[in-house]
Design a binder for this molecule. Structure first.
Ligand code: 6PG
Length: 241
């Protein structure tokens, strides 16, 4: 794993730097493999990044969009990660509909939806049971509690090692999420983190020892590149370590 940590002076600079790194990774993937597979994070932090990516002149027909996790709501629900990315970015660019691979949330049983998406990803990447595909780029955020994607502290999802997709649980609310091993097979993982509320969790994630079950972002140790991009509000102490 190649780990890069950068602290930017403020959120605007963080988004600009995140855009630059994402665009570089997208171009590199397309140059090397003629396509780029990206899994998006949800929440609020990445929205301005998605708005910025939408302004770029990229070969959209060579880019495939997935999500690293999804709240178990329909796409038109205000909490939908898919809905946020479509309105901030995907609806603004000429990307083929077939290149957008949302996590299904229509099934009554989230575990059925997780199985469906697992099958879809296996077919897309042509991987067999027991194998993990390598996404070119996975964007992640971190919660104040140290979760990432929908891998929440002390939940069963943290220990799923033989699947690509599983059901997450946030305070009893179901989520669909990439598993830690799927994230860790990525060529490049980028955490984009802003705000002072993230400091306590970051301190534990970057500590030499801490409990992975309590701070699940510690589980993210990808075989490829791991980027941590912070604004100063979130990561000032880390830039001094
Ligand atoms: C989600 C995300 C989640 C998010 C963190 C940080 O569905 O909420 O995928 O992992 O990245 O909770 O969220 P903020 O960016 O809103 O702080």
């Amino acid at each position: 794993m190649n780990k890069i940590v950068e602290v930017l002076p403020d959120k605007t600079a963080l988004i600009e730097r995140s855009l630059q790194v994402c665009v570089e990774q997208i171009h590199a993937a397309i140059e090397q493999r003629s396509s780029c597979t990206i899994a998006l994070s949800g929440g609020s932090t990445p929205k301005p990044l998605y708005e910025a990516i939408a302004t770029q002149n990229l070969p959209w027909d060579k880019i495939h969009i997935f999500w690293g996790d999804e709240r178990y709501v329909l796409p038109d629900h205000p909490d939908s990660n898919q809905g946020m990315a479509r309105s901030a970015w995907l609806d603004k660019v000429n990307i083929p509909a077939a290149n957008i691979h949302p996590m299904p949330t229509e099934e009554a049983d989230p575990s059925v939806a997780a199985d469906q998406h697992e099958q879809h990803i296996r077919e897309f990447f042509q991987v067999q049971p027991g194998e993990f595909p390598a996404f070119d780029l996975i964007l992640l955020g971190i919660g104040d509690d140290g979760h990432t994607a929908s891998l929440f502290p002390h939940t069963e999802a943290l220990n799923v090692r033989d699947r690509l997709i599983t059901v997450g649980n946030k305070d009893g609310q179901p989520r669909i999420t990439f598993t830690a091993p799927l994230i860790n097979h990525a060529r490049c993982v980028i955490f984009v983190v802003a705000g002072a509320s993230k400091r306590p969790a970051l301190a534990q994630v970057f500590a030499p020892t801490a409990d992975d079950q309590t701070y699940p972002s510690r589980l993210i140790q990808p075989q490829g590149e791991l980027w941590w991009l912070f604004d100063e509000a979130a990561g000032l102490e880390l830039s001094r370590s």
